[in-house]
Design a protein around this ligand. Structure first.
Ligand SMILES: [Zn+2]
Length: 242
């Protein structure tokens, strides 16, 4: 069966002298794997449609027997070349890794698709703004059903109006001072960090926070995600952020 979809290219892998295996997050079908025959030929327009971070229109033959579908035609919708400038590929790599490692194969998720595509396309003009990445990260956790608890204590459920002093990586949310015990993996948050998480949860907007605070929060949320997923799928790109 021939199908067509718009897709964000997450990752590619050389397959033979001339072919590539492409992982992409598609608008209609979620994450899919494709065989792109001839995509490694030099100066091929077809090959240029599979740059990680880019968006392409893909026509493919759906395989009935495997999870690898064969691409027949492509068209570049958004060229990601600008991401390679000024180290913007690093925040992009964090976002693409989430798409690759935290989504189920062939499980559609339009909210995540729009979040990822919007984030990547805004990167060349927003620069490598860490608050942009933190906003994407929090929204992505929400899109994928992995939201941490950010309105009350994750243990006693007591309401925490401006966020909690501690984020529990193992429990997945704020802990109030009463419930905070030394066991379990916890991160002490600065008041600005705590307020940013709470603010995002209640308004969907991030208040002004420093680069440093953003980076700490992205690291804390990554530790939380990694605690809850296993083995080789752990997120690692965060450590390359400047
Ligand atoms: Zn509590």
């Amino acid at each position: 069966m021939i199908e067509r979809t718009e897709a964000i290219i997450l990752k590619t892998q050389n397959f033979s002298e001339t072919s590539r295996i492409v992982s992409a997050f598609t608008r209609q079908f979620g994450r899919m794997n494709f065989m792109a025959k001839g995509a490694r030929k030099p100066r091929s327009r077809f090959g240029a449609s599979f740059q990680p971070g880019g968006v392409s229109q893909i026509v493919f033959y759906r395989s009935r027997h495997s999870e690898l579908h064969t691409v027949s035609e492509t068209d570049v919708v958004w060229d990601p070349s600008a991401l390679a400038e000024d180290g913007r590929m690093n925040p992009a790599a964090v976002a693409l890794e989430m798409g690759y490692k935290l989504t189920a194969l062939e499980s559609p998720n339009m909210a995540f698709y729009k979040n990822l595509s919007g984030f990547l396309r805004a990167l060349p003009s927003s620069g490598e703004s860490p608050s942009q990445l933190l906003g994407f990260f929090l929204a992505a956790l929400n899109n994928l059903g992995h939201s941490p608890r950010l309105d009350s204590c994750v243990k006693c459920r007591r309401e925490l109006k401006s966020g909690g002093p501690v984020f529990s990586v193992t429990e997945g949310g704020f802990l109030c001072p009463r419930c905070h015990a030394p066991e379990g993996e916890c991160v002490h948050l600065r008041p600005a960090q705590s307020a940013a998480l709470y603010g995002w949860h209640s308004t969907g907007e991030l208040c002004d926070i420093t680069r440093h605070d953003c980076k700490c929060l992205i690291e804390t949320l990554t530790a939380f995600v990694n605690h809850h997923i296993s083995g080789r799928t752990k997120l690692i790109c965060v450590k390359y952020l400047a």
